[in-house]
Design a protein around this ligand. Structure first.
Ligand code: GUN
Length: 292
């Protein structure tokens, strides 16, 4: 069994991006600039956005954090997004989700200029991804594809079962895994799937992306399978400084010995999601300055 070390892989990719930024700046371009919009004080969102800002510093990007209180109106948020869309200093931006209930996430996502939508959530980017056109691919599926490639994991003709059909992970990943460059045979399983255990046991590549801690047990996994754990549920813990620890969707201790490859939580898919956002921002910066 080999652990797919997303932390080490993302560190390698960050070094590559940092080198690319040096060349980009030496050619007379300003640094790529990512902005993050954060509404409220949700603990998870605060942590994720802080990591994104830190990642930008590490690779030499400029970053901006734009904060609003929980009671911000949808109108105010839309106005700020319109400003970011036309701000020539910003290459890409994200609006951290979830948003408070009085704000329509879909309306906010659709207000973002697709060319600055480095999260790849806008329907234009989702649609382009589906038909294989150049697009911003949502960060977690993008990170998973990068991991499979960097670990030379054979995907062609393999059965890939994705448990979870969210718009930001399961569904876009199913599209990418079935594309010609990857050539997997894809099943998307969900809460209404019959005989889920049997469906999962048929997977050469099993992706757990349902957000239910330790849902995937040993008897759901085929001997020698590749297991990708996308789960990141924050559970209370006395053992960490933050008072929380991350739990994956896979029962790691029992499942890992059966796998050919497995991603740990933390240190698997999570760091790759973060680095994918940097890659999308680099692409945005280069696209906005053709010839760079
Ligand atoms: N909330 C959870 N994951 C994400 C993400 O990848 N992007 C944004 N904007 N919000 C999130």
């Amino acid at each position: 069994m080999q652990i797919i070390d997303g932390k080490a892989t993302s560190a390698e990719i960050k070094k590559e991006i940092a080198e690319e930024v040096k060349v980009f700046v030496a050619e007379g371009n300003r640094r790529p600039h990512l902005a993050a919009v954060l509404v409220g004080h949700d603990g998870g969102s605060e942590t994720y956005v802080a990591f994104k800002i830190k990642d930008c510093e590490e690779v030499g990007f400029t970053s901006s954090l734009i904060r609003f209180e929980d009671d911000v109106t949808e109108e105010t948020l839309l106005k700020r997004i319109a400003e970011l869309n036309t701000d020539p200093e910003i290459d890409g931006f994200i609006v951290q989700l979830p948003l408070p209930d009085h704000i329509s996430e879909q309306k906010i996502i659709e207000a973002i200029d697709p060319e600055k939508d480095v999260d790849g959530f806008h329907p234009v980017n989702v649609g382009k991804t589906v038909i294989g056109l150049p697009s911003f691919v949502s960060a977690t599926p993008f990170g998973i594809i990068l991991l499979l490639k960097r670990f030379n994991i054979e995907t062609s003709g393999k059965n890939c079962v994705i448990v979870g059909r969210s718009n930001i992970v399961g569904r876009p990943l199913s599209v990418l895994m079935s594309q010609k460059a990857i050539n997997a045979t894809v099943t998307v399983a969900h809460s209404r799937t019959k005989d889920l255990k049997e469906v999962c046991r048929n997977a050469d590549i099993l992706v757990a992306a349902l957000g239910s801690p330790e849902f995937i047990k040993e008897d759901m996994v085929k001997e020698g399978a590749v297991v990708i754990d996308v789960g990141t549920t924050r559970v209370k813990s006395d053992l960490t400084k933050s008072g929380f620890k991350l739990k994956g969707d896979v029962e790691y201790e029992t499942v890992a010995p059966k796998c050919s490859y497995i991603t740990p939580v933390p240190g698997g898919v999570g760091p790759m999601t973060r680095v994918s956002l940097l890659l999308n921002t680099m692409i945005a910066a280069k696209t906005r300055r053709p010839g760079a």
